[in-house]
Design a protein around this ligand. Structure first.
Ligand code: ZN
Length: 95
């Protein structure tokens, strides 16, 4: 391959790269927007996650009297916790 052809190819490649980058930025922005909107919808429909402390049972069992239990003090017996996104973005349903 002679140097002239190589230079020509390099120019073409560079042109293509710039083109792809411009489109890529738009595509990324679109994908990011779509993901954000999807996440907001998800937060609105499913604002809770299972409480990690009681594994969603809402009960806190005693250490000595193992059958005895009270309300989980982390989720107040509901067994659920608001999702991080709901707490940060102040969105979604709340009861
Ligand atoms: Zn809990």
């Amino acid at each position: 391959m002679d140097p002239a052809t190589t230079a020509q190819l390099t120019d073409q490649l560079l042109a293509k790269t710039t083109e792809i980058t411009a489109e890529g930025v738009l595509l990324l922005a679109g994908a990011g927007l779509l993901a954000t909107v999807g996440y907001r919808i998800s937060l609105a429909i499913h604002p809770y996650v299972r409480c990690g402390w009681c594994r969603g049972r809402g009960r806190d069992y005693g250490e000595v009297y193992r059958r005895a239990f009270g309300d989980c003090h982390h989720c107040k017996g509901t067994g659920r916790k608001l999702r991080l996104g709901v707490r940060l973005l102040h969105t979604g349903r709340r009861r």
